[in-house]
Ligand binder design. Structure first.
Ligand code: GUN
Ligand code: ZN
Length: 428
C-alpha cells in the first residue's frame, strides 16, 4: 500500500466551534497527515508519524497550513461565465444575465467546457467539493458529473427545474422535471463520488404541480439531497406571497409539497419568519450562507449566530455567479464582515470550520469530506500564509496561528493555495 505523508502546520476539528472554539479546534505547528487509498489514515505529530511510517513518501510544506479541502455548499456552475455582472438585484439579475446564459446549456459541448473550467477554478481556489445547480437541460447535469468524475471530486448537483416565470427555452413541465430528474439521479447518484440533489430552483419558477412532483420524487429517493432557494430578497418574498396566497410563509411553499426535510439545503435564508426558523430547526434542515452574493446582489445580512443558536445546520457557499468570487477565502471574509455588521466577530477557527466541516455537515457528509481526520477522504488544501507582500508583512508579525491565518482569510485568494489533494492525489 503506497502511503503519503504531508508535513506542515495542521488544523482540524473534533466538534462545532461556533459555541466555544477552543476545546474542539486542534492546531499542530509541526503536524503530519498520513494518506493511503485516497483516505486520511492519521493526523498527528509530524515527526512521530514519519518515524512510524518510514516508507511513506514525504511532502514537506514547511510553515504552510494543511486543512481539509473547502466545501462549497451552494453554487451555480452555469453562471461561471457571467460572474460579476453589473447593476441588478435578484429578479432583474436573473432575467437580464442569468437566464440568457443558462439557455446555452442544452449544448453539451458548451456545458462540458464550462463545467471543466468551473471545477478547475474551484480546485485552484482550494475547493474540493462543489454543490451546484445545473440548468433545466439534462445535458448540463451529465456534463458536470462527468467533469467531476474525471477529476475524482466529490460533488453534489441536480437538474434545475422551472415550469413557469422563466423564458420558453428554460421551462420544463411538472412531468418532464420528474422524469428527467429521476433518470439523472438513477444514472449519477452514488456513481463514484457523485451525489444527486433534487433541484427546484425556487418556488416562483415552479408551479404547485411541479413542486408536488419533485416532493414525490424525493420521497421515493429519500437518500438524495434536495436544494433550493429561500427568502433571499424582500421583493422575492412578496412575489412568493402573491403566487401562493394560501401558504403560511415562504418555507411552507416547499413544506406543503413534500420539499421540507432533513436532507434539504435552503440557500440564503436571510429574511426568515420565527415560524420558518422553528420548522427548519425542528426538521434538522440546512441553511446555506452565501455572503458575497448577499452583498453583491443586495440581499441582506444573514443571521449566522442567531441560527446557530437554534442548532441549525449551516453551510457556507460562494453562490457563483450571484456570488462575486470563486474563493472560499473571500467567502469567509464576507461572512466575517456580515457577522461584524450584526455585532459578532467570527473567529478564524469558526470561519475555516464553516468552509469545511460546516458545509460537509449541511450536505450530511460530515466525517467523509471537509474533515482533517482519520477516515475522511484525503481532499486537502494547503494554505501559504504569506502569499502576497501585503499578507506576508502582516503575518510576519503574528504571534499566534490565528493572527497568522486571519490576514489570509481576509486578503487571500488563489495565490494562497499552495497545494490541493483530491482523494489522495495531488491536484494542484
Ligand atoms: N434564486 C433563484 N435562482 C437564483 C440564482 O440563480 N441565484 C441566486 N442568488 N438566487 C436565486
Ligand atoms: Zn443560488
Amino acid at each position: 500500500m503506497s502511503m503519503q505523508l504531508l508535513l506542515g502546520q495542521t488544523l482540524g476539528f473534533t466538534g462545532n466551534p461556533l459555541d466555544d472554539w477552543q476545546d474542539v479546534t486542534h492546531h499542530d505547528s509541526a503536524g503530519g497527515v498520513l494518506i493511503a487509498d485516497g483516505q486520511i489514515k492519521a493526523v498527528g505529530d509530524g515527526a512521530t508519524l514519519r518515524a512510524a511510517h518510514p516508507r511513506a513518501a514525504v511532502t514537506d510544506y514547511g510553515d504552510a497550513l494543511i486543512t481539509a479541502g473547502f466545501v462549497d455548499a451552494h453554487m451555480h456552475y452555469p453562471q461561471t461565465g457571467m460572474i460579476a455582472s453589473w447593476g441588478k438585484q435578484l429578479i432583474d439579475w436573473l432575467n437580464t444575465y442569468t437566464f440568457p446564459e443558462e439557455s446555452r446549456f442544452g449544448d453539451r459541448a458548451y456545458a462540458d467546457d464550462v463545467a471543466g473550467r468551473t471545477l478547475d477554478l474551484a480546485l485552484a481556489h482550494g475547493t474540493t467539493t462543489l454543490t451546484s445547480f445545473c440548468t433545466i437541460h439534462p445535458e448540463s447535469v451529465d456534463a458536470f458529473f462527468a467533469a467531476a468524475a474525471l477529476r475524482n471530486m466529490a460533488v453534489v448537483a441536480g437538474k434545475t427545474c422551472m415550469d413557469r416565470n422563466a423564458p420558453d427555452a428554460l421551462r420544463d413541465t411538472a412531468q418532464s422535471a420528474y422524469d428527467d430528474s429521476k433518470s439523472l439521479l438513477e444514472r449519477w447518484h452514488g456513481a463514484g463520488r457523485a451525489h444527486y440533489a433534487i433541484t427546484p430552483r425556487f418556488s416562483p419558477t415552479s408551479t404547485p404541480d411541479q413542486l408536488s412532483a419533485l416532493g414525490a420524487l424525493w420521497s421515493e429517493h429519500p437518500d438524495c439531497l434536495m436544494q433550493t432557494h429561500l427568502s433571499e430578497q424582500l421583493p422575492e418574498i412578496d412575489w412568493v406571497r402573491g403566487l401562493f396566497p394560501d401558504a403560511r410563509d415562504y418555507l411552507d411553499t416547499y413544506e406543503a409539497f413534500g420539499l421540507l426535510g432533513a436532507r434539504g439545503l435552503y440557500g440564503h435564508a436571510i429574511h426568515l419568519e420565527p415560524c420558518e426558523i422553528a420548522r427548519l430547526s425542528e426538521i434538522g434542515a440546512a441553511v446555506v450562507h452565501c455572503p458575497t452574493s448577499n452583498t453583491f446582489i443586495g440581499s441582506g445580512l444573514f443571521d449566522l449566530m442567531g441560527l446557530a443558536a437554534r442548532q441549525m445546520r449551516i453551510g457556507l457557499a460562494t453562490d457563483t455567479g450571484g456570488g462575486s468570487s470563486f474563493s472560499m477565502l473571500r467567502t469567509m471574509a464576507a461572512a466575517y464582515e456580515i457577522a461584524q455588521l450584526r455585532g459578532t466577530a467570527l473567529h478564524p477557527a469558526q470561519l475555516i470550520w464553516l468552509a469545511t466541516e460546516g458545509s460537509a455537515n449541511a450536505l450530511h457528509m460530515g466525517g467523509q469530506i471537509g474533515h482533517l481526520g482519520a477516515g475522511a477522504a484525503a481532499d486537502i488544501c494547503v494554505l501559504d500564509l504569506a502569499s502576497t507582500p501585503a499578507i506576508a508583512q502582516r503575518s510576519a508579525r503574528a504571534n499566534s496561528i490565528w493572527d497568522a491565518l486571519f490576514p489570509t482569510i481576509m486578503m487571500g485568494d488563489d495565490r494562497a493555495i499552495k497545494a490541493v489533494w483530491v482523494a489522495g492525489q495531488p491536484a494542484i
